[in-house]
Design a protein around this ligand. Structure first.
Ligand SMILES: [Zn+2]
Length: 250
């Protein structure tokens, strides 16, 4: 086949052109799937806003949501203080979609901004978890009509990985311990899993779906999570910034 193509007097057969077309279209589709969400995150201004916030948050105090705020019609408390700098569905690298909210504290040092349970439930910290806890919420009525869901909190350790900022009440290997909404879980940190590459100071918070056997699904995949916004009652403005409208007493 190769020889006949090279001779020039034999035109490639129809199947060659069809295969070429499929390959080109496929390459475009894969490229769009991998890169478009990241391009959208960059173009939407998320990075620019976050850099502005990290540079001097005092200029944008209206972006800051207080810890334990009860926003809008949300059933959950806001789990820490900060600006929601990255949304669920944002993309930081090709082929990746972010599964929750990244809430960036205005504090400049790690280990200082408290993180609280967003809702009553049963806390687990797996034996290997340095910076993470997950809370099981059985029979959650709002939004999911009595299904079991989980809330997930991570990056609660120092950037070099030498110090966990999780509250001493929850040592590694804690399983299914009841906590009330507002219980102190730990403090925001910068641990990424790689001591050479810490994250900016924030809490990653996600609302995770249950597996069929009652365990939690892998929250690293966006499809295993819910949009946290209606659970927390925060609203995304046209300027791309989430706000917390206080619940009216009525
Ligand atoms: Zn995150």
């Amino acid at each position: 086949m190769y020889r006949s193509l090279r001779k020039g007097n034999t035109r490639p057969p129809l199947w060659f052109w069809i295969a070429l077309l499929i390959a080109v279209v496929g390459a475009f589709a894969v490229g769009a799937y991998l890169f478009l969400p990241q391009a959208r995150s960059i173009l939407s201004g998320d990075y620019k806003r976050l850099m502005t916030w990290l540079g001097d948050s005092s200029d944008h105090q209206d972006w800051d949501i207080p810890a334990q705020a009860h926003c809008g019609r949300g059933a959950m408390l806001f789990p820490t203080e900060g600006f929601i700098g990255f949304d669920r569905g944002d993309s930081f690298r090709p082929g990746h979609l972010h599964s929750g909210f990244d809430i960036f504290s205005p504090a400049k040092q790690e280990g200082a901004t408290p993180v609280y349970a967003a809702y009553d439930g049963y806390l687990t910290r797996e034996a290997s978890w340095l910076s993470t806890v997950i809370i099981r919420h059985p029979d959650f009525q709002p939004i999911v009509n009595g299904a079991q869901i989980w809330t997930y909190y991570t990056h609660m350790a120092s950037g070099d990985g030498t110090k966990s900022f999780i509250a001493s009440a929850f040592p590694a290997g804690t399983y299914d311990v009841f906590v009330r909404a507002g219980t102190l879980l730990g403090y925001q940190g910068t641990w990424s899993g790689d001591p050479a590459d810490p994250v900016g100071l924030h809490l990653h918070f996600s609302v995770v779906k249950s597996a069929g056997d009652g365990s939690y699904l892998n929250e690293g995949f966006m499809q295993n999570t819910f949009d946290p916004a209606p659970f927390l009652g925060v609203v995304l403005g046209e300027d791309g910034i989430y706000t917390c409208l206080s619940q009216s007493p009525n």
